[in-house]
Design a protein around this ligand. Structure first.
Ligand code: ADP
Ligand code: ZN
Ligand code: ZN
Length: 811
C-alpha cells in the first residue's frame, strides 16, 4: 500500500504530495485524512494522508511511514479535495489549508529535542557550562534550553562530531477528558458480610458499603466517583481505601463536555409561517428535496423572521437524514440565535464557538465525526465541519467581515460554502437585511435566487429615522455628545419606563492623548499610529501591537503638563448619561466590560429582564438582539467609520446603521431612531433614513463602477513587510515591475501603488502594498504563483510577502 502525504512545512518546495510505503502492520488503520509520521531528509515530519494507491510514479525506492497518529480521521475525502481547491484559489500552501480545517486540538506541534549520543564527550566539551546545564541522568535537552545556554558555534561543532543530534519529536496533544468511575468488585452477599464483620470499625467504609447495599442493584454498574462520594457522604480518601482493599475498581471513562450544560432550555415548536416566510421556505425546501445546488439570497428586513425560516429549513433537512450548517458572524455576539436553535432541536446540535475551550471544541468535533450531531452552529471555521451528508448550509448576516479569515489561509466562508454545497448538491442560503454588494449583484444577474421579505413579523412599519445635524450643535453646547433632541427623547422613554439602545460607533475611532501646548500626539514607538487611551486601567495602548504605557506627566516634546485625552469612549458617554439622568440604570457593553467569558450573555440577560433602562455599547450591540421594550435607538456618532481608507466605508456604515436601527419597534411598541452625524447630507445617512437598502445598492454600485472596484473588478492585495524599510520598498517595486512587464498593455488589469500601508509601520515592521484590480483571474494567476513560490526565500531575508484575495481589511 502506498500513501500520498502532504508534509507539515509551509514551503513551496514541499507544496505537493510525497509517496510513502505503508508497513503491513499499519495497512488496516490507514485512512484518508489521518496524520502520519514520515522520514523526510534527515528529519521525521508529520503529514496528512491525502491519497492512497497501489502504485507510484516515483522511480526511486519509497521510504516507509514511521508512525500513525490518528485512528479516526477528522478530514473526509470531500475536505481533502476542498483543500486542494482552496490552496490553488487562495495562493496558500495546502498544508496551511489542511491545518485551518482541523480543530485546534489537532494542530500539530513538535518538540525539538537534542539527544546526547555520547555523554562523556558532551560533558568534556561543555565543561565550562556545567553549572547551568546541571546534567544528571539526562540524555536529552529541549532545543531552546540548550540554545539558551551554549554558544551556537559549540552546538554546531557537537552536531558535526555527532556528540548530539537534533530530533523533531511529534507531540500528540489529544487528550480526551476523562473522569474517574467507581465499580464494585464484590457481589451483594460479600458486601453484606463485610458490613456485618466490620461492626464499629472503619465507620466510613461501612457507610459507603451500606449506601451500595441500599441501592442494589442500581449501583452495580460503574458510577462517577465524585458523585458516589457526594451521595454516600464519604470522602474520596475513603473511596481510595476501599479501592486499595480490592473491593472496588477505579476506571477512567471518557466523557463529552457539554458546552450547553449550564443553560436553561425551553423547547419551541415550528410557528405557522407568514406569507413571505412561506414563499422563501418553500423555495429552499424544494431545492433540498430535489437535491439541487442553488444559492439563495434571503434579503429580509430586520425583524422579518429570517431565523424562523432557517430553523424550519434545518428541520426539513434533518427529516431527510441530512445535516445542516448554520454560520453566524460571531457566536458570543449572537446568544439569542444560538438559544433559538438549541431550543428548537433538543438533541444532535453541535455549537462551535470561540468561547469554548480547545478541548470542548474538540469534543463537539468528535460528535460531528461520529454522526451524533447533524446540526452545526458556529462561526467561520465551522464551515469545515466534517459532515458526510450535507443537506443545507445557511450563512446568517452574510455581509459580515468576520466570515473572511484575516490571516493565512485567507479564505472566505462564503466561498467554501459555495464549493461544499456544489459537492453535496444542496442549497446555500445567504441571509441578510443588508447583503454585501458582491452577493446582491450576483442575485441581480441571476446567479443567485433572490428571496425578499419586506414586512416585519409584527406587521409594524420599520421605525422612523431622524438625522440630526451635529455641525449646528458643536458651537453652542459644551458637552457635544448628545443633541437636545436625543436628550429629550431619552428622558421621555425613561419616564414611560421603556428601553433605549445607544450605539457609539467605534470603528475608525479612538481617544488619543494630545499636548495642548505644542500639539504633540502620543504615538506607539513601534507603529506609526497614535496610542489609544484606556480609561479602566488608565493606560495608553496600541491597537496594532500590544504595546502599552502609563500616561506621561509631561509632554515628551515640550515638557508641558497640559496633556489631555481627546475622543469619546463608552465610559465617558456613560458618565455623561449619569450626570444627565442620575436615576437611569445603564448597562455598558464594550470590549472592556465583556472581556470575561459569559459576561456578554449576562449583560444582555439583565437588559432582557428589564433590570436596566439604557443599553450603551459599541458595534457589538447592533446585531441580532430582539427586545420588545426597546422603543428608542440613538446613534451617537454615525460618521467616524465613513472616513476610513477603505472603498467599503460607505457600505459598512450603512450596514451598521441599518442593523442598529432594526433593534427597535420589534414588538408591540412602536420604535424610533435618531442618528447624530456631522455629514447629514451624505448618501449613506439619507438611505439609512429611508431604510432603503435597494436604493443604496444601486447608488453604491454606480460608485464602484466608476472607481473600478468590486464587484466589477476582482481585487488582490499584495503586501510586503520588513523591519528594514529599504528592503521592503525594493521588494514591492520588484513585484510590481514583474507584473507590469508581462501585462503592461492589458486594460483589464489595473495596478494601484505601491503605497505605504494605512499604518506605515506596525510592530516595527514597515508595510507596503500593491492593489491589483482585474477582470479575468487568469491574468494574474502565474505571477501570483511565482510570488507564493518565492515567499519562503523572501522570508529568510526578513521579508514577509502575503497575497490577499478580495481583501476586507486594509491595515
Ligand atoms: P430577523 O432575524 O429577520 O431580524 P427574527 O427571526 O429575529 O427576525 O424574528 C423576529 C421576531 O418574530 C422573533 O421574536 C421571532 O420569534 C418572531 N417570529 C418569527 N416568525 C414568526 C412567525 N411565523 N409567527 C410568529 N412570530 C414569529
Ligand atoms: Zn507638548
Ligand atoms: Zn504598536
Amino acid at each position: 500500500m502506498i500513501v500520498q502525504v502532504i508534509v507539515d512545512i509551509p514551503a513551496a518546495q514541499v507544496n505537493r504530495t510525497f509517496d510513502y510505503q505503508v508497513p503491513a502492520k499499519w495497512q488496516s488503520i490507514i485512512q484518508l485524512g489521518i496524520r502520519v509520521q514520515v522520514p523526510f531528509g534527515r528529519r521525521q515530519l508529520l503529514g496528512f494522508v491525502v491519497g492512497m494507491d497501489d502504485t507510484t510514479l516515483f522511480s526511486g525506492e519509497l521510504k516507509e511511514i514511521t508512525g500513525v497518529l490518528d485512528y479516526v480521521s477528522f478530514l473526509n475525502p470531500e475536505l481533502i479535495e476542498l483543500s486542494e481547491y482552496l490552496a490553488g484559489n487562495l495562493h496558500a500552501f495546502r498544508i496551511s489549508v489542511l491545518q485551518a480545517m482541523l480543530p485546534n486540538m489537532l494542530k500539530v506541534k513538535y518538540e525539538n529535542i537534542f539527544i546526547i549520543n555520547d555523554l562523556q564527550k558532551f560533558q568534556t566539551m561543555t565543561l565550562e557550562f556545567a553549572e547551568q546545564l546541571m546534567y544528571g541522568p539526562e540524555i536529552e535537552f529541549q532545543k531552546l534550553t540548550l540554545e539558551a545556554i551554549l554558544p551556537g558555534q559549540l552546538i554546531k561543532e557537537m552536531i558535526q562530531a555527532e556528540v548530539i543530534e537534533l530530533e523533531y519529536r511529534v507531540l500528540n496533544q489529544t487528550t480526551h477528558k476523562k473522569i474517574p468511575y467507581l465499580k464494585p468488585l464484590l457481589n451483594f452477599e460479600d458486601m453484606q458480610a463485610i458490613v456485618e464483620k466490620q461492626g464499629k470499625r472503619s465507620p466510613k467504609q461501612v457507610q459507603l458499603l451500606t449506601y451500595y447495599l441500599a441501592n442494589y442493584p442500581l449501583m452495580w454498574e460503574e458510577a462517577p466517583l465524585n458523585e458516589v462520594a457526594k451521595r454516600s457522604g464519604v470522602s474520596t480518601a475513603t473511596i481510595k481505601s476501599v479501592i486499595d482493599k480490592g473491593w472496588f475498581e477505579r476506571q477512567e471513562r471518557q466523557v463529552y463536555r457539554d458546552p450547553l450544560a449550564n443553560q436553561e432550555r425551553h423547547s419551541t415548536t415550528a410557528r405557522a409561517l407568514l406569507p413571505e416566510q412561506a414563499i422563501a421556505f418553500n423555495a429552499v425546501k424544494d431545492a433540498i428535496t430535489a437535491e439541487r445546488n442553488e444559492t439563495f439570497l434571503l434579503e429580509g428586513v430586520t425583524g422579518s423572521g429570517k431565523t424562523e425560516v432557517y430553523l424550519q429549513l434545518m428541520a426539513h433537512a434533518r427529516q431527510r437524514g441530512e445535516a445542516a450548517i448554520l454560520l453566524v458572524p460571531e457566536i458570543s455576539l449572537t446568544p439569542q440565535m444560538v438559544a433559538r436553535v438549541t431550543e428548537r432541536f433538543s438533541t444532535g446540535v453541535a455549537v462551535l464557538h470561540s468561547g469554548l475551550s480547545t478541548s470542548e471544541k474538540y469534543d463537539e468535533w468528535r460528535r460531528i465525526i461520529k454522526g451524533e450531531a447533524t446540526i452545526v452552529v458556529g462561526a467561520r471555521s465551522s464551515v469545515f465541519a466534517p459532515l458526510d451528508k450535507l443537506g443545507l448550509i445557511i450563512i446568517d448576516e452574510e455581509h459580515e467581515t468576520t466570515y473572511k479569515q484575516a490571516d493565512n489561509p485567507r479564505y472566505h466562508a462564503r466561498d467554501v460554502a459555495l464549493w461544499r454545497c456544489q459537492y453535496h448538491q444542496c442549497p446555500l442560503v445567504l441571509g441578510s437585511a443588508t447583503p454585501s454588494l458582491e452577493t446582491r449583484s450576483r442575485a441581480e444577474v441571476g446567479r443567485y435566487t433572490l428571496l425578499k421579505m419586506e414586512a416585519r413579523v409584527n406587521q409594524a412599519p420599520l421605525p422612523p429615522v431622524e438625522i440630526i445635524d451635529m455641525t449646528q450643535m458643536a458651537v453652542r453646547e459644551t458637552s457635544n455628545e448628545f443633541s437636545p433632541l436625543l436628550k429629550e427623547k431619552i428622558r421621555d422613554r425613561l419616564e414611560k419606563k421603556e428601553q433605549i439602545v445607544l450605539l457609539l460607533n467605534r470603528r475608525g475611532y479612538a481617544s488619543y492623548l494630545l499636548c495642548r501646548e505644542c500639539g504633540y500626539v502620543l504615538e506607539c514607538p513601534r507603529c506609526d499610529i497614535s496610542l489609544t487611551y484606556h480609561k479602566h486601567d488608565h493606560k495608553m495602548k496600541c491597537h496594532y501591537c500590544d504595546f502599552q504605557q502609563n500616561i506621561p506627566r509631561n509632554c515628551p516634546q515640550c515638557q508641558s503638563t497640559h496633556l489631555r485625552t481627546f475622543g469619546l469612549g463608552t465610559q465617558k458617554v456613560a458618565e455623561t448619561l449619569e450626570e444627565l439622568y442620575p436615576d437611569a440604570r445603564v448597562i455598558r457593553m464594550d470590549n472592556d466590560t465583556t472581556r470575561r467569558k459569559g459576561q456578554h450573555e449576562k449583560l444582555l440577560k439583565q437588559f432582557a429582564e428589564e433590570k436596566a433602562d439604557i443599553l450603551l455599547g459599541t458595534q457589538m450591540i447592533a446585531k441580532g438582539l430582539d427586545f420588545e421594550k426597546v422603543t428608542l435607538v440613538g446613534v451617537i456618532n454615525a460618521d467616524t467609520s465613513l472616513n476610513l481608507p477603505d472603498f467599503r466605508a460607505g457600505e459598512k456604515t450603512f450596514q451598521l446603521l441599518t442593523q442598529v436601527a432594526g433593534r427597535t419597534g420589534r414588538g408591540r411598541f412602536a420604535g424610533e431612531v435618531l442618528i447624530q452625524t456631522y455629514n447629514p447630507e451624505h448618501y449613506v445617512m439619507q438611505f439609512a433614513k429611508q431604510h432603503d437598502y435597494e436604493k443604496f445598492f444601486y447608488y453604491e454600485m454606480k460608485r464602484r463602477h466608476i472607481g473600478n472596484y468590486p464587484p466589477y473588478f476582482y481585487t488582490t492585495l499584495i503586501s510586503v513587510s520588513s523591519k528594514n524599510l529599504a528592503n521592503a520598498q525594493e521588494k514591492i517595486y520588484e513585484i510590481k515591475a514583474n507584473i507590469y512587464n508581462q501585462q503592461s498593455s492589458n486594460s483589464d488589469l489595473l495596478i494601484l501603488g505601491p503605497s505605504k500601508g494605512p499604518v506605515a509601520r506596525i510592530n516595527e515592521y514597515y508595510h507596503f502594498q500593491l492593489m491589483l484590480k482585474y477582470k479575468n483571474k487568469k491574468l494574474v494567476q502565474s505571477q501570483l504563483n511565482e510570488i507564493l513560490t518565492a515567499s519562503q526565500q523572501d522570508l529568510q531575508q526578513g521579508l514577509r510577502v502575503s497575497i490577499d484575495h478580495e481583501p476586507l481589511y486594509f491595515i
